[in-house]
Design a protein around this ligand. Structure first.
Ligand code: MG
Length: 222
């Protein structure tokens, strides 16, 4: 099966799709799940409160959350495989993108190894993953961030780069780390906190529940 390059256009430019992972492709959010598992719901809620009040950068917050994880990488990946579900319609969506020649990138503030492990059973040929790298040394968990920003991974950067190379961008997300990307994208699909943020900021968006809805909307683009 060969992709037909650049057949899908939006505003006369080839389409590129970018998606958040946790809470958007995977449920529950893997970082939230692990933080609650190892440090309790109250600890996680307090970190979330500090992110939203601006006391803690997203970068420092995620590093603190990852710091409470215990066990080997293999043990924790196994725990996630048993407890986290990937949106059932994501594979169909990704294959449609492949057939249409639409680049599909997962943008995450979470852990690359987790995303690749959870997506591996789907055997998708075309999903690029941009996420932070986790290191586990002597049972201590920490992230190596993708960039030097206060978010650890500025998701807006990939969208700016796509636009600079002449592409139209679609972004999907649900949370705080998705705000910059939503502000940069030509088309935004949002849910939960990101939908509320877009509403407050006057960023046009479509609410969505899963990837089957996104697929049916994008199929209708010219
Ligand atoms: Mg998310």
């Amino acid at each position: 099966m060969l992709p037909s390059k650049g057949s899908k256009l939006l505003n006369g430019r080839p389409l590129a799709v970018f998606s958040d992972f946790d809470g958007t492709i995977a449920h529950p959010d893997t970082i939230n799940f692990l933080t609650e598992r190892f440090a309790g719901a109250e600890f996680r809620q307090e970190i979330a409160r500090q992110i939203f009040s601006g006391q803690l950068s997203l970068r420092d917050a995620i590093q603190r959350e990852v710091g409470v994880i215990q066990g080997t990488l293999e043990e924790v990946l196994g725990l996630l495989v048993r407890n986290v579900e990937v949106d059932r319609s994501f594979a169909d969506f990704a294959l449609w993108c492949f057939q249409q020649g639409i680049p599909l990138t997962v943008l995450s503030g979470g852990m690359r190894q987790v995303i690749e492990t959870l997506l591996r059973p789907l055997n998708l040929p075309n999903v690029r993953v941009l996420a932070n790298e986790v290191r586990v040394e002597q049972n201590r968990w920490r992230l190596e961030f993708l960039d030097a920003t206060e978010w650890g991974h500025d998701k807006g950067a990939a969208l700016r780069q796509a636009r600079n190379t002449g592409q139209s961008t679609v972004f999907l997300g649900d949370g705080f780390s998705d705000r910059r990307a939503a502000a940069e994208a030509d088309v935004v699909f949002a849910k939960a906190g990101l939908a509320r943020f877009c509403q407050q900021e006057g960023i046009a968006f479509r609410e969505f529940a899963d990837f089957s809805e996104v697929l049916s909307v994008l199929r209708q683009t010219e």
